[in-house]
Write a protein that binds this ligand. Structure first.
Ligand code: NAD
Length: 269
């Protein structure tokens, strides 16, 4: 049976790419609803035309409640406040949700965790297949190189990104910290300035660049005396994230309630 997908943030950078990805996806997914902020001037526009795909007959609406009965899975790449509210609507209607939004506060994250006990939820800081493969490689590298290396995470994104470090960089740091039995909250160092003192081996450093139209670069460096290993991922198109999110939506349709990530969808666990 066809999976009917709704997209919140339909006029956003990811929203438009998701509309294109669903149009390109072979198989049994259809775009059933496109949602934007109620005050958006694009409410009423044809979502296919908005995404540069030609008319698809699915108008942009200004409230999720208007269309929630028409969808099986919601894909949400918006802002934390909106996603947190949308999750509650999905719980009320038993609709599964794919969450790509990043930058949640701890209380917002708690709301999502509670909702995942009631509906199938797939949340990932990065939906690209390549990044999820990198998570696996990082785990392996951290276990082999252990406490003999300094570990630094570098990320670069376009000038419009509003949170830092990126959710992907934090996930990379978390994978490494977990592999080494460290508490990321205690060992993370976010930027350095002034008299920092010598580096403590336990720390995991994060460096952020915001510039131009960079879609997303991430490098984790494992540096020892005499050699270093660097694991790098470079995204050149948002389509890599959109394809993964659409794949997750198809997978989630038949999943039980619970919190999943892209490693589950790709069978990497
Ligand atoms: P964007 O600003 O281009 O798009 C966000 C859209 O959400 C806007 O069109 C905005 O009007 C809309 N929106 C805001 N509130 C809304 C509401 N209440 N209802 C409906 N729509 C609403 O941003 P973007 O670059 O598309 O990124 C969106 C989010 O996705 C960010 O948090 C970003 O970090 C994240 N992201 C995640 C991945 C991933 O793979 N997980 C990849 C890229 C971006």
């Amino acid at each position: 049976m066809t999976t009917r997908v709704g997209i919140t943030g339909a006029a956003g950078r990811m929203g438009k790419t998701l509309i294109e990805a669903i149009a390109l996806a072979a198989g049994d997914l259809t775009l059933a609803a496109a949602i934007e902020r109620p005050e958006s001037s694009l409410v009423g526009a044809d979502s296919g035309e908005l995404a540069g795909q030609g008319r698809n007959g699915v108008p942009v609406v200004g409230a999720l409640e208007e269309v929630i009965a028409d969808i099986d899975v919601l894909i949400d790449f918006t802002v934390p406040d909106a996603t947190t509210a949308n999750v509650q609507t999905c719980v009320e209607h038993g609709v599964a949700i794919v969450i790509g939004t990043t930058g949640f506060t701890a209380p917002q994250q708690a709301v999502l965790d509670a909702a995942a006990a009631q509906i199938p939820m797939c949340k990932a800081s990065n939906f690209s297949t390549g990044v999820n493969l990198c998570f696996k490689l990082l785990d392996m590298a951290a276990r082999v190189l252990g406490d003999d290396v300094d570990i630094e995470v570098y990320e670069a994104h376009h000038r419009h990104k509003i949170d830092a470090p990126s959710g992907t960089a934090l996930s990379m740091g978390q994978v490494v910290a977990d592999a080494l039995g460290r508490d990321l909250d205690k060992v993370a160092v976010y930027g350095r300035e002034g008299q920092t003192g010598a580096r403590d081996r336990e720390t995991i450093g994060f460096a952020t660049v915001r510039a131009g139209d960079i879609v997303g670069d991430h490098t984790v460096t494992f540096a020892a005396d005499g050699e270093r290993v660097e694991i790098t991922h470079k995204a050149s198109s948002r389509m890599s994230f959109a394809r993964g999110a659409v794949r997750a939506a198809g997978w989630l349709k038949s999943a039980d309630a619970g919190l999943y990530d892209m490693q589950d969808v790709l069978g990497l666990k």
